[in-house]
Design a protein around this ligand. Structure first.
Ligand code: C2E
Ligand code: CA
Ligand code: CA
Length: 571
């Protein structure tokens, strides 16, 4: 307790102890000297209020600085020393640092995620709300990025929750490093994160941050026994138009993220109004897909069931007019520039909507259970084509590469099915490569391993597709009978960004070499990328530089005449 008029008149021993000074030494000094600068205004407001007679006493929490420099929280009470007496005040100060610390901890716990210490959903919503309010005054641009780690469930399931936690913590650190101090990075729950960007110039600013996030998350990670694990994420971006409320803006980012997972996993997508429509559209599309698959099955029936009802496979093919087609993209030996094989890529032409991308209809086929039938048709078609080409160029046989969906791999009869297609079409097993995406392998590692061993026993080769976009690490994949690693096309794109992008590819190639895996780089679009990949020791590549996926008739010209397209020769 102390009394103050224009300076301290009397201070008791506890006040002196609190401030860390002799009681006598306080005489004549001003209370304000002990209060930290930022809180002096609040203290003076109390004094004014009491002096003016508005109230007899006032209390507030302020920070005071002891003579030894330590800052503590205090509850400051100012009161008149008697009724009507305003020229002398009684000041009571008590140390409430512990209470304040507890309160702060409670607030922190209520607003932060305990694992990553990032703001949680509640705090994120509050920050967005504030940002929107502020921007209506300042016309500041705001954007939200939603992201979801790709295949996180697989890590948790195969590596345990400890590893999962580790990944989440690493991801949150990387998110922080990829954003600015004024941005809010929050964990929304599970493996979902969100970023609030304030003061972004425009859409391009948000896209630049999204690019940085994609790159940062891609850097290999050490998790327990997994070395060089790569974490990918799908991002949705929503830019504030000035009209949305918090819920709406967040929903847009969420819809865009969903779209990214579907169309562009491991990358970002910006919200467009059409996406909401797309969500509804998907349901009708699913029904159309089922019909189309039913129809294409007619083609296979005579071969599979061997009923003898259909006399000629060829005429039936012409008559059924399937909506599906297989396109082929050349795969090139980077050193010689020669075409060494093709990848079969499915195409669907919807009677009313036209071309629908495989990224859209393959997941749809998986969800509606028609992937097994569709996959069988594609495999059959590709192997038949591969056998035909090889019969025409026996001196330099080509490899046929076919994508297998995770759902196909789940099927216990998949190996027998592949075997029967090889037998029917006459393609030697050694000429077939089956591609399985990295995330599928990780999903149920034990079951996958079983199936892959069965396939491998047929003599076909196996490739890991989209390597680097999921969660696996090459050393983990060592357990799988894999022959080829296909480096996801985002890495080829990343090479354009200089040393960091090249370092990731170098790491993947070094690991592949250690494990004696062949490497195929996807998405080679310009000669610089090809030269760099060749120099880094990558074996093969595919991409628009050499040829887009094309219908059979077009690629045939390339395969049967000139062995190598001009552009394929390294400089
Ligand atoms: P994927 O297996 O990674 O196939 C490569 C994709 O990259 C193809 O897209 C191809 O057109 C595209 N691409 C090739 N070179 C370049 C390039 O230089 N630059 C860029 N930007 N892109 C390039 P597409 O044909 O749209 O297929 C998309 C995905 O759909 C495939 O990715 C694959 O995962 C899936 N898919 C396609 N056909 C089938 C299939 O028959 N069965 C299964 N299960 N999935 C398929
Ligand atoms: Ca592929
Ligand atoms: Ca791929």
């Amino acid at each position: 307790m102390l009394e103050e008029v224009s300076g301290i008149v009397h201070a008791n021993a506890s006040m002196a102890a609190l401030l860390g000074v002799e009681a006598a030494a306080l005489h004549g000094r001003r209370l304000g000297e002990f209060i930290v600068h930022e809180d002096r205004g609040a203290a003076m407001a109390l004094v004014r209020s009491v002096r003016s007679g508005k109230s007899e006493s006032e209390t507030a929490d302020i920070r005071f600085q002891r003579s030894d420099g330590i800052v503590r929280w205090g509850a400051l009470s100012i009161a008149t020393s008697g009724p009507g007496v305003t020229n002398s005040l009684i000041v009571v100060l008590s140390d409430v640092s512990e209470r304040r610390a507890l309160e702060e901890r409670l607030v922190h716990e209520a607003t932060h995620d305990p694992l990553t210490q990032l703001p949680n959903r509640a705090l994120f919503l509050e920050r967005v709300e504030h940002a929107l309010t502020r921007s209506s005054r300042t016309a500041e641009r705001i954007a939200i990025i939603f992201l979801d780690l790709d295949g996180f469930k697989a890590v948790n399931d195969t590596q345990g929750h400890g590893a999962g936690d580790h990944v989440l913590q690493a991801a949150s650190r990387r998110l922080l490093s990829a954003t600015r101090g004024c941005d809010t990075v929050a964990r929304m729950g599970g493996d979902e994160f969100a970023v609030l960007l304030e003061q972004v110039d425009a859409l391009s600013g948000a896209q630049a941050v999204a690019d940085r996030i994609v790159c940062a998350l891609r850097l290999p990670l050490e998790v327990g026994t997994l070395h060089g694990m790569v974490v990918g994420a799908s991002l949705g971006i929503a830019v504030y138009s000035g009209l949305e409320d918090t819920t709406e803006l967040i929903r847009k980012a969420d819809v865009a993220m969903y779209e990214a997972k579907l169309r562009n996993p491991g990358r970002w997508v910006v919200f467009e109004p059409a996406m909401q429509v797309a969500l509804i559209d998907r349901v009708t599309l699913q029904a159309d897909l089922r019909h189309a698959v039913d129809r294409c099955q007619l083609e296979l029936r005579p071969r599979l069931a061997n009923t003898g009802v259909y006399t000629s496979y060829g005429t039936l093919r012409a008559a059924s007019q399937t909506e599906f087609a297989v396109y082929y993209q050349p795969i090139i030996d980077l050193k010689s520039g020669e075409v060494i094989g093709t990848e079969a890529l499915a195409r669907w032409t919807h009677p009313e909507r036209g071309a629908i991308a495989p990224d859209a209809f393959i997941p749809l086929a998986e969800r509606s259970g028609v992937i097994a039938a569709l996959g069988r048709w594609i495999l059959n078609e590709a192997c038949r084509q591969g056998a035909e080409w090889n019969a025409r160029r026996p001196d330099a046989p080509l490899t046929m590469t076919v994508n297998l969906s995770g759902k196909q791999l789940e099927h216990p009869g998949i190996a027998q099915e592949v075997e029967s297609v090889l037998r029917d079409t006459g393609l030697p097993a050694a000429r077939l490569v089956l591609e399985i995406t990295e995330s599928v392998i990780m999903l149920d590692a034990e079951k996958t391993l079983l199936r892959l061993n069965e396939l491998k026993a047929l003599g076909v080769r196996l490739a890991i597709d989209d390597f680097g976009t999921g969660y696996s690490s090459l050393s983990y994949l060592q357990r799988f009978p894999v022959d080829i690693v296909k480096i996801d096309r985002t890495f080829a794109a990343g090479m354009r960004h200089g040393a960091e992008g090249i370092a990731v590819i170098r790491t993947i190639l070094a690991l592949a070499e250690m494990l004696s895996l062949r490497t195929v780089a996807e998405g080679i679009e310009d000669p610089e990328q090809r030269d760099q990949l060749l120099q880094l020791g990558c074996d093969a590549g595919q991409g628009y530089l050499y040829g887009r996926p094309m219908p059979c008739s077009e690629i045939e010209a390339m395969l049967m005449t000139a062995r190598s397209p001009d552009v394929s020769q390294p400089a």
